[in-house]
Ligand binder design. Structure first.
Ligand SMILES: NC(=O)c1ccc[n+]([C@@H]2O[C@H](COP(=O)([O-])OP(=O)(O)OC[C@H]3O[C@@H](n4cnc5c(N)ncnc54)[C@H](OP(=O)(O)O)[C@@H]3O)[C@@H](O)[C@H]2O)c1
Length: 370
């Protein structure tokens, strides 16, 4: 059994991680931290874990951490992760960081977008960007993972197959994203901001969100040329899920009637996406005229993608959805752990709806797990 620890278990992603890891057959949860006045049983923080895990949660203590677990999930805000990650790495532990501290390879970009000095440039160089569908080979070899942002996960998965076929004008990408409020962390429901979320819908950080450089970094690597995107996030008055509607202009070449054989059609693009993701257990490409819905991905590790080609407007419209706390954070972190540790990639990950077989167990909340 792999002994794992969660640093920052009291937040949204920490709680989700705990729930997923408790269903995982190859791990033992052996260390939990939160900022507490005195040690407290995890079931006192979260009554839903009563009779499922008998473990005490305490403030972070390095020597106790090092003796208790071999792999750590850091479910902390950015800047807090880079205080702890180097200590665990120095102690020879595997680390999966859910924060943004190790995602941007250019530390100057990190410092500009996150308004904080990068204190661990040595590990920044070594951390592997943990998007399994794109970086699987590197993740299998890695000891340190920078788990991607939720919006970035969805945008990159939605655009990766397109960037490689060169049918799209890569300078024209517009990402219109909508997220449930859990994307902003538990604090968002505890402060007066919650009053602004309820029964409301609004854009925020318009063309100025910190996931923009992360999306650009990964798409540029895939395209082997610099790509800029326009990214506009919105806040939905629901707890979880992200839906993105992405607009991309098609190259004139791909639309010319004279080039019938090369002309981009929905059918061809869908085939292209299916080929690109043919070995990926968590990406589902919709058929012609079908588009994702948050309900189909909530509480699962799936990413659903639908495609529309508007020939007369020379426009591609890609609509995609994930659960921000599962594929957008904790589920993806478990997927990364599975790859790093040689477990089955889908071990312990929710597969509600499509993919559930009679062998898979139905659990209390109605989701199916492997
Ligand atoms: N929410 C999402 O959908 C999502 C998706 C992808 C990535 N992420 C990233 O994952 C990380 C965690 O997100 P979250 O949504 O779980 O946030 P959260 O609900 O706000 O929880 C973060 C936890 O970190 C702890 N914490 C805060 N400052 C700390 C410090 N200086 N030292 C130690 N612990 C500290 C807090 O612990 P106490 O409660 O004990 O004070 C809090 O419970 C963030 O970096 C976030 O950007 C989140």
């Amino acid at each position: 059994m792999l002994r794992v620890g969660i640093i920052g278990v009291r937040g949204y992603t920490g709680e989700q991680l705990l729930d997923l890891l408790l269903r995982h057959s190859r791990v033992k949860i052996n260390y939990l931290t939160a900022r507490v006045d005195k040690p407290v049983k995890i079931s006192e923080l979260f009554p839903q874990f009563k009779n499922r895990l008998d473990l005490v949660c305490d403030n972070f203590n390095l020597s106790r951490a090092l003796e208790s677990a071999d792999l750590f999930f850091l479910a902390l805000p950015h800047t807090a992760s880079m205080d702890i990650a180097p200590l665990l790495r120095k102690g020879g532990k595997k680390v999966i960081d859910l924060s943004a501290d190790y995602r941007l390879k250019d530390y100057k970009l990190y410092e500009a977008w996150y308004k904080a000095k990068h204190k661990d440039r040595k590990n920044l160089k070594k951390a592997v960007y943990g998007l399994p569908e794109i970086h699987k080979v590197d993740i299998r070899e890695a000891d340190f993972i920078a788990n991607p942002g939720c919006y970035s996960t969805l945008a990159i998965l939605s655009l990766a197959p397109l960037v490689q076929v060169r049918l799209a004008k890569l300078g024209s990408i517009i990402i219109d994203a909508k997220s449930g409020y859990s994307g902003a962390g538990r604090k968002s429901t505890d402060d007066p901001f919650w009053g602004e979320i309820k029964d409301n819908f609004n854009a925020y950080k318009v063309d100025n969100h910190q996931h923009t450089p992360e999306i650009e970094q990964e798409l540029s690597k895939l395209a082997k040329k610099k790509i800029k995107v326009t990214f506009v996030p919105h806040l939905l008055p629901i707890e979880r899920g992200i839906l993105e509607t992405i607009y991309v202009r098609v190259t004139g070449y791909a639309c010319l009637p004279a080039r019938q054989g090369l002309r981009v059609t929905e059918q061809k693009l869908i085939e292209q996406y299916k080929r690109f993701y043919k070995d990926e257990p968590f990406v589902r490409i919709k058929g012609e005229g079908e588009f994702p819905s948050l309900r189909d991905v909530q509480y699962t590790n799936f990413c659903d993608i639908g495609i529309k080609v508007s020939q007369d407007k020379k426009l591609l419209i890609i609509i995609s959805a994930i659960d921000n706390l599962v594929k957008g954070a904790s589920g993806q972190a478990v997927q990364n752990m599975n790859l790093m540790c040689g477990f089955r990639e889908s071990e312990g990950l929710p597969r509600r709806n499509c993919g559930a077989t009679s062998e898979e167990k139905e659990v209390s909340n109605g989701a199916y797990y492997e």
